[in-house]
Ligand binder design. Structure first.
Ligand code: ZN
Length: 501
């Protein structure tokens, strides 16, 4: 089983670990399992590329999922899991599938090696986190949809537009409406002692309690509550039982994408009361779920994250570090002004979808001059480190400069944009003008994540080394007793014991 705790950077876990109860799933994994630090070997540290890399063992340059969303000349900005074909059951305007994934996953290899007998399931609150790490051969991928107001799937997995029976039953027994509740922290005194006061500058809704029913869309706000992770794990156990996972001789593969940690982290920051109380609830639900799985038979767990996160800029600056928010509008305006100044008044920039600017057809015909002008002008905007020509990823990959190599690893040879933007450390594309934080940069706090492993065929190992996170895919393959996918690294992470043939 692969557990992806969305946005759990290694610096975040370092700060949160002592707030989790001893003997919990995460504490036990950290203290008794194989416990490593790994880093994403590319710059575009967003959710979709992260989940795709964990499942495939290759960078976005190879699997093609560059970012959560990219600009398509014919369709405009679209999510990379939106193929315009596979509609979500209960929300016909939304599309989710793994069809844009260009590399095979551990799940694909397992499917082939077991001739379709292995059960392969992805489940998450987010669509991209359910479908990308399992790949194209998954039996089912299930995710939450705020319009459907429940866990659902897409026609990629349910071509006859019928929910699996277990999911119908689960939805009937677990209506989300009953989970829209006031969120209060369990232990405010401990939180105050370790984290300071509840309200910190930069938090979007500074103080507890929080009630999703007061949000403009309570069903959307649900995804940022601790209840959403408990709901997710209840659904995960329902699918484990329905698919009879983990009880015969054929290994099965479950990917659990915990998304609430990311949403809470974006809104309140990783050092907030909200983050800590939510992570404690996630850990408690996970501890219960792990026990249920261990009772079914031999099982191995790999827990990691899809990226890290920046701290709240207000907090960084108060403590003498750099940080700030950039808005897409500011960046687009700065690019348009610089383009007009260099090439004359015109329509040169089609879109900015982080981290890529796409030029218009007119801009593309002047690619070299336009890129040169923007390279010179864009760093004048506070918080912008540099912009890079995205049209020649091979050149970036062979650069002597680490940032350029990381960008090159983020881009396939047919990149979905023309210019790649990198912010200064501590700075990021803001999701909201009202505060909060983000990730997506090549800086270490966004790239470094923990990898914790425990269970069958895992032994205690730890070191000070920083490993390539792509080895997670190889590790999963070793635990499933199948060869690693296509171009994944050859060796699993330390701690996997050799399985008997
Ligand atoms: Zn994420």
């Amino acid at each position: 089983m692969l557990i992806v705790i969305d946005q759990l950077g290694s610096w975040v876990l370092d700060q949160q670990l002592h707030l989790l109860p001893s003997g919990s799933a995460i504490r036990r994994a950290y203290e008794d399992g194989a416990s490593h630090i790994a880093e994403f070997p590319y710059a575009s540290t967003q959710t979709a590329p992260g989940h795709a890399s964990l499942g495939t063992g290759v960078t976005p340059a190879v699997h093609g999922i560059v970012a959560n969303a990219v600009y398509f000349p014919e369709r405009g900005p679209k999510k990379t899991v939106d193929d315009g074909k596979h509609a979500v059951l209960g929300n016909p305007d939304r599309f989710v599938s793994p069809t844009q994934l260009r590399a095979e996953t551990v799940g694909d290899v397992l499917h082939q090696q077991t001739e379709g007998k292995a059960r392969i399931v992805g489940i998450s609150i987010k669509g991209r986190s359910a479908v990308l790490p399992v790949g194209k051969k998954a039996n089912v991928a299930v995710f939450y949809d705020a319009v459907a107001r429940a866990m659902t799937t897409s026609t990629y997995y349910a071509p006859r537009r019928r929910l699996p029976d277990w999911l119908r039953d689960f939805r009937k027994a677990n209506p989300v409406e009953q989970l829209l509740q006031i969120w209060e922290p369990a232990d405010p005194a401990t939180l105050e002692k370790h984290l300071g006061p509840d309200a910190s500058p930069g938090e979007m809704y500074p103080t507890f309690p929080h009630d999703p029913r007061n949000a403009p869309d309570p069903w959307y706000a649900f995804a940022g509550t601790p209840e959403s992770s408990e709901y997710l794990m209840a659904a995960a156990y329902a699918v484990v039982k329905a698919e009879q996972m983990g009880i015969d001789d054929v290994p099965d593969f479950l990917v659990l994408g915990v998304s609430g940690t990311d949403i809470v982290g974006h809104v309140w920051g990783a050092r907030s009361w909200e983050y800590a109380d939510n992570l404690r609830r996630v850990d408690r639900a996970l501890t219960h779920f792990v026990r249920l799985l261990e009772a079914r038979g031999p099982v191995a767990f790999v827990l990691t994250a899809d990226h890290g996160v920046a701290e709240l800029p207000e907090r960084a600056r108060a403590e003498g570090r750099a940080g700030g928010r950039l808005s897409g509008t500011t960046l687009t305006l700065a690019a348009e002004r610089a383009a007009d100044a260099a090439l004359g008044e015109g329509d040169w920039i089609a879109a900015y979808v982080p981290p890529l600017f796409t030029y218009t057809d007119a801009g593309k015909t002047r690619h070299k001059d336009l890129t040169k002008a923007l390279r010179k002008a864009m760093p004048a905007t506070e918080g912008v480190k540099a912009v890079y020509d995205a049209r020649d990823p091979a050149k970036l990959r062979s650069s002597n400069d680490k940032i350029q190599r990381l960008i090159g690893a983020s881009l396939p040879d047919d990149p979905p944009g023309d210019l790649y933007l990198v912010t200064e450390p501590g700075w990021f594309d803001a999701l909201s003008e009202d505060g909060g934080t983000n990730h997506g940069t090549p800086w270490d706090y966004d790239r470094r994540v923990p990898v914790l492993m425990w269970g069958t065929a895992v032994e205690r190992r730890t070191s000070q080394d920083v490993y390539d996170v792509l080895r997670v895919a190889t590790t999963l393959a070793a635990l499933l007793n199948v060869p690693p996918p296509g171009n994944a690294p050859p060796s699993p992470l330390p701690g996997v014991m050799r399985l008997p043939d």
